[in-house]
Design a protein around this ligand. Structure first.
Ligand code: M6R
Length: 608
């Protein structure tokens, strides 16, 4: 999604903006632009395509003079990717300039009204409405104009604004799109995400919904929508640029795959004390835990897949019914939820628009929400009733790996915790599960050692047109994530099927040489999935098996086999997903694609 960076200070702004935008590239974009104030004029440079083009146009920013400016990377929503549609956008006499992340939902009626008032639009964007509305309400007081616009626009937005007759001042606001403020002795910043400014400062403020910020070289001031000044608490970021760099790996995705043992360990270990699971962050009384009659898990993409694994595990261990919903469906389907339900919202970024809306929908129905979130201080983390942080650290690659693995770990913790508290586990069983949980990071580590064999295998199938994944139970959930990983970074069509469902239509897609990856880690379902492997092999498929060490008879059917270490069957997704992530990575690499920034995708999906 779009990225915003703004700077006001003692240094030249454009090189700082370009550097910050480069650190937001992972969010996904298709054009970029900057506006810099100098000598009483606001100069804008925009380019379609990669930031490299903007760099070339401005001689790495050196040709764009001025110490205050706003920059933007655009992920097209309204209007095709083009120079005209890229940000910043001007008002009619180029005295007000705006960058925007989000969607102005009522842009069409506002546009119609502005046209009737004589405003002329040059772009197809929703953002241009904001520039003209600011013009319409501006009477010399930026705060007044901004607050008036905020009361009239609907949707989600983070905005950065410059006013020509207020030199040295930058304004920013947000509603449901991320925005932070950074402060330093060299100047002050706005940004969509922390990495954009981490080279300059660790001191940040998280802007809340409907708040306005005014930044000058020396100071930042925060206001509510009534233009009353408000106090905010500064947060010192405790991770550094190293986390935002590749550290010798060819891609962030590979680096993040390798960080999984640590990420999973960091998520599990602080919650185990003297062999017992302790979840201090979860504000549920003993009575509420006992009365819990249903859990809803709501998320998008990979987080949703973690939720599907979680459903099997929570139902299996704690015997509580679990419904898993895609957030964009949950928010509109008026779900039937009673007081004894719990809603769990899972999100890496904590900013996914649909997941945030689902959280609010649940709270509106009077139900408590537990967030399983990676980004500290993000919107979902702040709005949830309790937060279980997944300590994966900064994740940059668009295709999630380590955050997903930590989401699984968090769900296992919850399942065992609830199973124990509700008397569904024998004490010895409980203790053993806790031990097995703690062994997962080392087992994940051991799987990373198999990467050359997987790379070789991936190179054989890099030219595939379709690849299928099949499994049963927890393995089906693993397949869904394995398939998503592959399609998002390799652009190969892929589907995941419940293995027992193949005969009901899908098997007609199987033809000579097609790869069918079968995941079979569940002892009670093993023979059933082997039968499904036999069926697809008989129709010409090349069969890969992903199973537990010891299941060597699978080689009677499989053409290629990957073994995972033994663990409790409920936890096998954490192990089986590792070879599938590596497979997707190496297929994408073999096809020469942009592994970390796949086409059309954004890391943080802050629009509906
Ligand atoms: O930040 P979130 O976890 O809420 O993001 C949800 C999805 O957008 C995300 O998992 C997406 O599917 C990833 N690209 C998958 O790799």
């Amino acid at each position: 999604m779009c990225g915003i960076v703004g700077y006001v200070g003692q240094n030249e702004a454009a090189p700082i903006l370009l550097d910050g935008l480069a650190r937001l590239e992972y969010r996904g974009y298709d054009s970029a632009g900057m506006a810099v104030y100098h000598d009483g004029e606001i100069e804008i440079v925009k380019a379609k395509g990669r930031l490299r083009v903007l760099r070339e146009l401005t001689n790495n920013g050196l040709d764009l003079k001025g110490t205050i400016g706003i920059g933007h990377t655009r992920w097209a929503t309204h209007g095709e990717p083009s120079v005209t549609n890229s940000h910043p956008h001007f008002n009619k006499d180029k005295s007000i300039v705006v960058v925007h992340n989000g969607i102005i939902e009522n842009h069409q009626p506002l546009r119609d009204r502005l046209i009737r008032k004589g405003y002329r639009f040059i772009s197809d964007t929703d953002t241009e409405v904001v520039a003209h509305m600011l013009d319409n309400y501006y009477n010399g007081d930026p705060l007044e104009a901004i607050s008036k616009v905020m009361t009239r626009i609907e949707g989600s937005y983070a905005l950065g604004v410059l006013f020509k007759d207020h030199p040295g001042e930058m304004y920013a606001v947000r509603k449901d799109s991320p925005l932070i403020v950074g402060v330093s002795d060299e100047g002050n910043f706005i940004a969509s995400d922390i990495p954009a400014i981490l080279n300059h400062t660790r001191n940040v403020y998280f802007i809340d919904n409907m708040e306005i910020v005014k930044l000058t070289r020396e100071a930042v001031a925060f206001y509510n929508i009534d233009k009353e000044e408000i106090e905010k608490t500064m947060t010192v970021i405790d991770w550094d640029m190293e986390a935002a760099e590749k550290g010798g790996y060819e891609h962030f995705m590979l680096k993040e795959i390798y960080e999984q043992p640590k990420a999973v360990r960091d998520t599990i270990n602080p919650r185990i004390k003297d062999g017992e699971i302790v979840i201090d962050e979860w504000h549920m009384t003993e009575e509420e835990v006992q009365n819990l009659n249903k859990i809803f898990i709501v998320a998008c993409g990979s987080a949703y897949h973690a939720g599907i694994s979680g459903k099997y595990v929570i139902e299996g261990i704690a015997r509580i019914p679990v419904e898993v919903d895609v957030a964009s469906e949950f928010r509109y389907r008026d779900p039937i939820i009673d007081d004894n339900s719990l809603v769990i919202v899972i999100s890496q970024s904590g900013e996914t628009a649909d997941s945030l809306a689902a959280l609010r929908e649940a709270q509106r129905k009077g139900v408590k929400v537990l967030g399983i979130v990676n980004v500290v201080g993000s919107s979902i983390a702040r709005e949830a009733d309790s937060v279980l942080y997944t300590w994966a650290g900064l994740e940059i690659a668009v295709a999630t790996t380590k955050a997903y693995s930590t989401q699984l770990a968090a769900l296992y913790l919850l399942a065992i915790y609830l199973g124990n508290k509700r008397g569904k586990l024998e004490y010895a069983q409980y203790k053993q599960m806790v031990e097995e949980l703690q062994e997962l990071p080392d087992k994940i580590q051991s799987l990373l050692g198999d990467k050359e064999r997987i790379q070789w295998f991936a190179s054989k199938f890099a030219a595939s047109r379709d690849i299928f994944y099949v499994g049963r139970g927890v393995d089906y959930a693993t397949c869904m994530e394995g398939s998503l990983k592959l399609k998002e970074i390799s652009y190969i069509h892929s589907e995941a099927y419940a293995a027992g469902e193949l005969k009901h239509g899908t098997i007609s897609l199987v033809e000579d040489g097609i790869l069918v990856a079968s995941v079979l880690t569940q002892p009670q379902l093993y023979e059933k999935t082997v039968s499904n492997m036999v069926e697809v092999k008989a129709r010409g498929a090349y069969v890969m098996a992903l199973t537990n060490i010891g299941n060597y008879d699978v080689e009677d059917v499989a053409n290629f086999t990957i073994y995972i270490p033994k663990t409790n069957p409920w936890f096998t997704t954490s192990l089986a997903i590792i070879p599938l992530q590596l497979f997707a990575y190496y297929v994408s690499l073999a096809r020469g694609l942009d592994v970390d920034k796949p086409r059309n995708l954004a890391k943080s999906v802050t629009v509906e």
